[in-house]
Design a protein around this ligand. Sequence first.
Ligand code: C2E
Ligand code: MG
Ligand code: MG
Ligand code: MG
Length: 288
Amino acid sequence: RAKSAGGAGLAAYDPQMLSGLVQRLELEADLRLALERNELALHYQPTVDLRTGDIVGFEALVRWHHPTRGLVNPLDFIGIAEATGLIVPLGRWVLTEACRQAVAWGAGTTRRLKMAVNVSVRQFDSGDLSVMVAEVLAETGMPVDQLCLEMTESVLLTDTDENLTQLQRLKALGVTLAMDDFGTGYSSLAYLRRYPMDILKIDRSFVDRLGGDREDEALVRTIVRLGQSLGMTTVAEGIEDAVQLATLRDLDCDLAQGYFLSRPLPAPDATRILAEGLATKLPVPAVA
Ligand code: C2E
Ligand code: MG
Ligand code: MG
Ligand code: MG
């Protein structure tokens, strides 16, 4: 719009753009303080075994309780955190908090829940991620086989050799690695084979289209088979209704997450559903 009005210089006079910039700068300044002020929190969304209906783990999702704006969505501040480098301390805080919670849930039980934590590609550029992860595991007493790190394909696309080395170190530590939002980026078979990923998370956009259309079902089936043939555990994200749940189970997808099963919950609520279970949400088992 500024361009057609006569030149790039005019952009500064666009009040909408200016207020967007001011908002972003304000948010950036606030985010610097958010960690010290304890404004971040984690919500936990269960991962459910599609065979048994058991909760086998949780994904930690960061939330920001801003003093004046209220709850700010991660999609509105993770980008700022990445651009400013704040993702590094923020990422460490998230990992520490998630591990503490997993250890607390594990206390006094033999149940070994998996805790999945999202990591950004920027966390790979800032020194050795495996060193940070090893430190946090030691600090929190978290068993390494309970930790899963989720990342998007961007990690596999940038700085490939260095990131591959870091992923191999994480693997050597015993961390489980998950490819998040699979199918949305430049997913290729070559990447999946080259990188030591254990889990394939089928992006919500594919799950969303299930329920009637045979071609959409064929697409999801193909992704599930791809994961299986590479020896990966398959997870469907964003299950919103019983039809999607039943379809994925019939396609032999291993695990599922989604609002239909449970929204991401604050820790006390997650503790409660862990005790109660989600079995009632599962469809009647298929006749063998
Ligand atoms: P993601 O890792 O793919 O997480 C799944 C997102 O989908 C979450 O959004 C979750 O609340 C939402 N979701 C789950 N089930 C459903 C469903 O049935 N329907 C719909 N419509 N949505 C569903 P959220 O919490 O807003 O997080 C968005 C993204 O922000 C995450 O996508 C992840 O990429 C990023 N993120 C969240 N927490 C962190 C973090 O601690 N560190 C980093 N680096 N990124 C994070
Ligand atoms: Mg994720
Ligand atoms: Mg995802
Ligand atoms: Mg997603």
